[in-house]
Design a protein around this ligand. Structure first.
Ligand code: GLU
Length: 458
């Protein structure tokens, strides 16, 4: 494992562990039913995580482009929803998991609707529901939407498009079937040209992480700050991803990973952890349901380790708050307010940092702490010889998620290796059992102890 250079690189090193362990997993086969996809380099593996503050952590081949394929369906569904509204879209396509493969030929018997927007039949209808004067305009709007989610201008792989168009008889058959059933009203060829083109848009796993983070962030791209769609649309999209995004593996996926996700047959996978981050993964060898073997295992390991299952949330959540305490101590606003602590902090401002954590601290809260502390360490005068001491006030923390405890442990050991100390104050006396982290029940004592160990060099 590469040693983290900054505190926030701790997240990258965690991705590295998952990435490196899975390199030996060579199960599955590269998709070949679209001839052009068979040329993919099977050992590629990229793993990216984008936090809601826009920081992207990357491990492996995160810059390698591949075609988005069915991952596009989730994002095009968002456009169809914005153009038509939820009810109008769902008179034409269902919202039920099919329990069948991505290309299954199964329409609802009473209405002729395809089961959901994530299987090919449903996605073809969704694509046809995107507004546009003609197919070119419709595709332009789709490409704009995918690009806005990714935060950069995406392009099309014309050879994959041509390959899929020539070999797409099954999708053509599905489209004709839906036209005769009345669920597809637009022309078959023009709709499929747009659909095949949308599947041939090139992305990287880094792009997918940003796209997932935009969903997780309620529709605002955390890199560009641009609102791409509404929070309500994101909620609808993530619901369909959670129930239908992984085809005939959707139920087991929800059971094991518990995150809204969408796979594509080129080996891409996007997952969104609402209010936390987006994940983008890529590795071309696929399992029987057409999802990347390594991406599925990696996402499941991350979800489990980070405690991310959407149904695992505690019932009473209070949002995480992470803030430098200097101003608050001066104002005497916190539960652990102390003029003496404010004084000590002011006297040792270059060496001593007091950070106050509040509410339910999960990955997102702990990540913010690491990023803030990186900034603080960076701002210290370079000539300082005295080691930095960090006090974390946990007085108003209602709950620490296991991943947050892990991140605090990594913070303590990172600091320890560099001669710095981390001290936690917690009147509830919750023992974190973290090596290298001194704990005090009393905030004032913690700050005093910290101030004493900043044996200044001046
Ligand atoms: N373009 C592919 C198809 O229509 C997408 C399938 C997938 O990625 O699951 O067959």
């Amino acid at each position: 494992m590469r040693s983290p250079a900054t505190l926030s690189d701790i997240v990258t090193s965690f991705l590295d562990v998952v990435h490196d362990r899975l390199l030996a997993d060579r199960r599955g086969d590269v998709a070949d039913y679209i001839p052009e996809l068979a040329d993919a380099e099977p050992d590629r593996f990229g793993l990216a995580l984008c936090g809601l503050n826009g920081r992207v952590y990357e491990s492996g081949d995160t810059g390698v482009e591949f075609t988005i394929q069915s991952v596009s369906k989730a994002f095009v569904y968002s456009l169809a929803l914005d153009d038509n509204g939820l009810n109008a879209v769902h008179t034409r396509v269902g919202a039920e998991p099919s329990g069948e493969a991505f290309n299954s030929v199964k329409l609802e018997s009473s209405t002729g609707r395809p089961p959901n927007p994530m299987v090919n039949a449903g996605a073809i209808v969704t694509t046809a529901l995107v507004n546009g004067a003609d197919p070119e305009h419709r595709f332009e709007r789709i490409l704009d939407r995918l690009s806005a989610f990714a935060g950069r201008d995406l392009t099309v792989d014309e050879s994959v498009f041509a390959s899929e168009r020539t070999s797409g008889d099954r999708n053509r058959a599905l489209a004709y079937l839906m036209r005769s059933a009345g669920s597809l009203i637009a022309g078959v060829d023009e709709t499929l040209d747009v659909y095949f083109r949308q599947c041939s848009v090139l992305v990287t796993s880094r792009d997918l992480a940003v796209m997932g983070a935009t969903l997780a962030n309620g529709g605002v791209n955390p890199l560009t700050g641009r609102r791409v769609t509404s929070a309500e649309t994101c909620q609808h999209v993530m619901t369909i991803m959670a129930t239908c995004g992984m085809y005939d593996y959707a139920g087991e996926w929800l059971l094991r990973a518990g995150l809204p996700a969408k796979s594509g047959v080129a080996g891409g996978l996007v997952a969104a952890s609402p209010g936390e981050f987006g994940l983008g993964l890529y590795s071309p060898r696929l399992d029987h349901s057409g999802a990347s073997v390594r991406a599925v295992v990696a996402a499941q390991q991350l979800a489990k380790r980070f405690g991310l299952h959407i149904l695992h949330r505690p019932l009473t959540l209070s949002a995480a708050e992470v803030a430098a305490a200097a101003d608050e101590l001066d104002e005497g606003l916190g539960a652990s307010q102390d003029a003496a602590a404010a004084q000590l902090l002011a006297e040792n401002a270059d060496d001593l940092a007091v950070w106050r954590l509040r509410g339910y601290i999960d990955f997102d809260g702990a990540e913010r702490l690491l990023l803030d502390l990186d900034d603080w360490l960076e701002s210290r005068p370079p000539e300082r010889i005295a080691p930095a001491v960090i006090v974390l006030d946990l007085t108003e923390v209602t709950q620490l998620q296991s991943v947050a405890v892990w991140m605090l442990a990594a913070l303590a050991s990172w600091c320890g290796e560099r001669g710095m100390r981390v001290i936690a104050s917690d009147p509830q006396g919750r023992s974190l059992g973290v090596a290298g982290l001194s704990q005090f029940a009393d905030f004032e004592t913690a700050v005093q102890d910290a101030a004493e160990s900043t044996t200044g060099d001046d």
